[in-house]
Write a protein that binds this ligand. Structure first.
Ligand SMILES: *Cc1c(COP(=O)(O)O)cnc(C)c1O
Length: 318
């Protein structure tokens, strides 16, 4: 493995700061992890302490008070909640259906591929034709299934806490920039504000990226299988699955909370993208924004038949 360097300072050389001198500006483990992620996305990656920190830094660095974000309707609940809390600093946002063209007049278009938990895919071509800059939160797609910068996006955002990290043991976020000027601006802002990821989480990301593709391929295989089996169940009304990745959601006939508490193998927990399968009712967090019988399932690496047995018996208790 690449070394984990926790230093906060590095000596000047011949009286001058070198590439690394103070951890807030840059650290070697972070730079290594950014290089690896940048290569996967085809851009310049910057790490942040969480996905939410990455989103916060990007909108504060790139927008001025009074500017507007067109946010994909049904995108990650926390993104809208975060934008709402930034409204008192002058951020404005409107929601739109990301399967069509973005709201006119927006300065920044915010897409999610696929949206969490509705699993819609954005119309990337329509967004690229919009005059505003385009961000794709590609947390659930990962660079294994989508490289948004190749489809005209200016920025890719990740909650690396999810698939990139993949083991439910690190909190991390990233912004990948298409052009070097934006990356330099954002890096400057990050250093000034101190919204900086630790060497430890960067090191864990480096470890995780080595298995990203086989994890995702296996998760896709199992999730496709489970989605097809759920579709055939009378006790399930709707199954949402984009055809790739490990994330799906479905609506049960009956009480979603009873499904949660009937699980044996699958953990009743939040988050997604890890090697362990988790399931939860999203109305707990999102209220009336989602159907109250919607369950979100993030498929891990366990045996597909064992996962199915657990799901089937839990749904029978709905
Ligand atoms: C979890 C998540 C986030 C927020 O990331 P954190 O690492 O929890 O701060 C942002 N976008 C999507 C799509 C997510 O699933």
């Amino acid at each position: 493995m690449e070394p984990l360097d926790r230093s906060t300072i590095w000596p000047y050389r011949d009286g001058e700061p070198g590439e690394f001198y103070y951890q807030r500006y840059a650290h070697p483990t972070g730079v290594e992890a950014e290089r690896a992620l940048g290569k996967l996305e085809g851009g310049e990656a910057l790490l942040f302490p969480s996905g939410s920190a990455a989103i916060t830094a990007l909108v504060l660095a790139e927008l001025a008070p009074g500017q507007t974000v067109a946010l994909a309707e049904g995108a990650y609940y926390g993104t809208g909640a975060l934008f709402t809390s930034l409204e008192r600093w002058g951020l404005r946002f409107v929601e739109f259906d990301q399967t069509g063209p973005p709201a006119a007049g927006a300065d920044l278009v915010w897409l999610e591929a696929p949206s969490n938990p509705f699993l819609t895919m954005p119309d990337l071509e329509a967004a690229a034709a919009h005059p505003g800059r385009v961000v794709v939160d590609s947390t659930a797609a990962t660079p294994v299934y989508l490289r948004p910068l190749e489809h005209g996006a200016d920025y890719v955002v990740h909650s690396a806490t999810k698939y990139l990290g993949g083991h439910h043991d690190l909190l991390l976020g990233a912004v990948v920039c298409r052009d070097a000027d934006s990356a330099a601006r954002l890096r400057e802002f990050r250093g000034r504000t101190g919204i900086v990821a630790t060497p430890d989480s960067a090191w864990l990301l480096l470890r995780s990226l080595k298995t990203l593709r086989p994890r995702l391929e296996r998760q896709t295989e199992t999730a496709s299988d489970l989605a097809a089996r759920l579709q055939r169940l009378d006790a399930v009304e709707t199954v949402r699955y984009p055809g790739f990745g490990g994330l799906l959601s479905f609506d049960v006939r009956g009480d979603a909370r009873r499904v949660e508490t009937s699980l044996n193998l699958i953990a009743n927990a939040t988050s997604l993208g890890g090697v362990d399968t988790v399931l939860e009712s999203r109305s707990r967090w999102e209220g009336g924004r989602v159907p109250d019988n919607l369950l979100r399932l993030s498929v891990g690496l366990e045996d597909a038949d064992e996962l199915w047995s657990d799901l089937e018996q839990a749904i029978a208790n709905a």
